[in-house]
Design a protein around this ligand. Sequence first.
Ligand SMILES: [Fe+2]
Ligand SMILES: [Fe+2]
Length: 232
Amino acid sequence: MALYAIGDFHLANSVDKPMDMFGSVWKNHEKKIQKYWNRRVTMDDTVVITGDHSWGRNLEEAGADLAFIADLPGRKILLRGNHDMFWNAKKTEKLNEIFKGRLFFLQNNFYTYQDYGLVGTKGYCYEGKDSYKHFLKIRDRELERLRTSFEAAKDAGYHRFIMFLHFPPTSIGEEESPFTQMAEVYDTSKVIYSHCHGKERFDDSLKGYFNGIEYQLVSGDYLNFKPELILR
Ligand SMILES: [Fe+2]
Ligand SMILES: [Fe+2]
């Protein structure tokens, strides 16, 4: 039994979105995902997939991509990425109903692995793409969702946590943020995130140990689409 994480599959079974224009690592990336997943992950394992699952613009267009993920071995817990248009933030419960027993959607709730609470949300960092005021609004909403996730796990008796974000925990080049501070307040063991694509983005945020917490980047192209072992 093991816990793995990987993110940013950017699948496009129903829409025209060739990914190999972003570099050779993306060539036949769906086949690579399948190959490496099947080599590493067994039916007893759990994998947290940290967002940007599908280019589909709605649930219908994302259907084949979600079915591809659902058919991979193990328990799959999905986080919301910035490109996941199929996932209306207000309809997480509905998604959990539709995919009951096949996929588990993590937002304003939590899951567990051994004695760890698995908590998370999309997160947010400043990339200069919106106004600072708008950034703060989205960031604060995400912080509240993360707090809800932590509190739900705490109320259920969990005191050890692994925290998942889609966005990096800090803005580019920074070493702390309200997300890292919240990870510290709840005494989180690890913070796992993705979203960063291409060599020039892999060092955008924290990797390794900071204030006793281990930070790990698991974006698909960073891992060459091999699920990363988080806990055994
Ligand atoms: Fe992505
Ligand atoms: Fe992303």
